[in-house]
Design a protein around this ligand. Sequence first.
Ligand SMILES: Nc1ncnc2c1ncn2[C@@H]1O[C@H](COP(=O)(O)OP(=O)(O)OP(=O)(O)O)[C@@H](O)[C@H]1O
Ligand SMILES: [Mg+2]
Length: 239
Amino acid sequence: MTKVQGDILLEASDLVKSFVGGDGSELVVLDRLSLKILNHETVAIVGGSGAGKSTLLQILGGLDHPTSGKVLVDGQTLGKEKNQNLEWLRNQQIGFVFQFHHLLKDFTALENVMMPSLIAGNSRSIAEKRAGELLEQVKLKHRLHHKPAELSGGEQQRVAVARALCNEPKLLLADEPSGNLDSQSTEALHRLLFRLREVNGLAMIIVTHSKKLAAMTDRVLELRNGKLLEDGMESNGIE
Ligand SMILES: Nc1ncnc2c1ncn2[C@@H]1O[C@H](COP(=O)(O)OP(=O)(O)OP(=O)(O)O)[C@@H](O)[C@H]1O
Ligand SMILES: [Mg+2]
């Protein structure tokens, strides 16, 4: 690791993830992979299609379990099944942004952003206040009551970013957040992510094919053959 100083926010040790294919053969996607992320650090993960980037992000965020190995977020284990902390960690400590926004289509922008706060047990007025502030931060104050279908692709993705930050997570995981946007919206989203990182004191792990986005982060890691290699900027799988 290049610079492991300060407080460690996320620590993944010896992660293995394997899938059994239709023909019964085993596919090892992550092969004893380890990773440390510091508070407020930003890391880009690059690598070819099928390298396992999405699989890794899902495991780091507790949306999927590793075959073996463990993930600690803020000192708490995430990788174990039936972990009572898992829901809490997922909802409170980690925000997700995906390539496609996954907004709820029948709810307005404001309601979509409020949802994680309501799920966390906050009152409607608290959730609405926080959601309103975040939508202002992502420059969508004029679109509070629009449903996803009434928003542009870039606007939808900004709502998804606001929603990811609703419970003030320490860590934002983004899987090709701009993969579905035109170049102008892509640049705007990238600038937005880094501005929000400053305002909200976030660490970010971003899976991306974009060289520009990767260059904005503190470290670029390449996922290859199930392991993370430093200085991924030199690699393929990035444009
Ligand atoms: N549920 C599953 N069952 C079996 N194989 C899977 C499953 N999920 C993913 N894989 C396989 O694991 C490998 C890694 O998939 P993953 O989606 O993590 O790749 P990726 O690096 O995100 O690729 P891309 O850049 O195309 O999004 C792929 O070969 C994929 O086919
Ligand atoms: Mg992927």
